[in-house]
Design a protein around this ligand. Structure first.
Ligand SMILES: CCCCCCCCCC(=O)SCCNC(=O)CCNC(=O)[C@H](O)C(C)(C)COP(=O)(O)OP(=O)(O)OC[C@H]1O[C@@H](n2cnc3c(N)ncnc32)[C@H](O)[C@@H]1OP(=O)(O)O
Length: 184
């Protein structure tokens, strides 16, 4: 894909080290927050993406484009597809059990995606350099080996829990993840 230097691991980047508390090969990831637009079960209009990890290091999910995801008539909105990419990439970095946020997301749209299409999504980490994580994702039409409709590359930055305390609603996050501490 067309990927900028900002989302390309620099020389010396290390492979990701998955956390022992993360799901093992074949396990489900679950939602990181019930009201998340990408994965939350309680979000009324969200994407409801549910992922598994085939190997403990990458994630896979299926996302069916619905009526509410249209941009042009009958076709998926590009922003919705970018959201799906962001979500599975975020799920894949959560295998490290450290909080990261999206700093940069690059997306290539290779094929139009009609309403009713199931996209088979996959995301993985290509390297870690300090607080920076480099990640990629793809969405294939109809089957895990189908044609690639969307590709993405991302730079995620590791933050600490004060990021959510200062800018968001840490209490809501901790209500679902009692293990998070603001000052671990
Ligand atoms: C606990 C579970 C939580 C799960 C969360 C799931 C989230 C799902 C994914 C999302 O949707 S996250 C929501 C969308 N993203 C954001 O709201 C992030 C908004 N941006 C920020 O909060 C800050 O800009 C950020 C934390 C990313 C960085 O700010 P910092 O002050 O911590 O770091 P700094 O600006 O010093 O940048 C650190 C390094 O990253 C680089 N960098 C930061 N932003 C960049 C960018 N956009 N492009 C390229 N490089 C970037 C920056 O140049 C620098 O490189 P060097 O160390 O080499 O100097």
């Amino acid at each position: 894909m067309t990927r900028s230097t900002l989302t390309t691991p620099p020389p010396g980047a290390e492979p990701p080290k998955t956390h022992p508390d993360g799901p093992s090969a074949g396990g489900s990831l679950g939602s990181h927050f019930s009201r998340c637009f990408g994965c939350g079960d309680d979000h009324p209009t969200g994407l409801h993406i549910a992922a598994v990890t085939p190997d403990g290091a990458s994630v896979e999910a299926a996302f069916t484009v619905g009526e509410s995801h249209q941009g042009a008539p009958g076709l998926a909105h590009g922003g919705v597809l970018a959201s799906a990419m962001d979500e599975v990439i975020g799920m894949s970095i959560w295998l490290l059990r450290k909080p990261y946020v999206t700093a940069r997301l690059e997306t290539d749209y290779l094929l139009p995606v009609p309403v009713g299409t199931t996209l088979h999504l996959r995301a993985w980490c290509t390297g870690i350099a300090g607080r920076k994580a480099y990640l990629e994702a793809e969405g294939r039409v109809g089957a895990p080996g189908g044609p690639v409709a969307v590709r993405a590359a991302a730079l995620f930055i590791e933050v600490d829990m004060t990021h959510f305390a200062e800018h968001g609603d840490l209490a809501a996050l901790q209500a679902e993840h009692q293990d998070y501490e603001v000052n671990p």
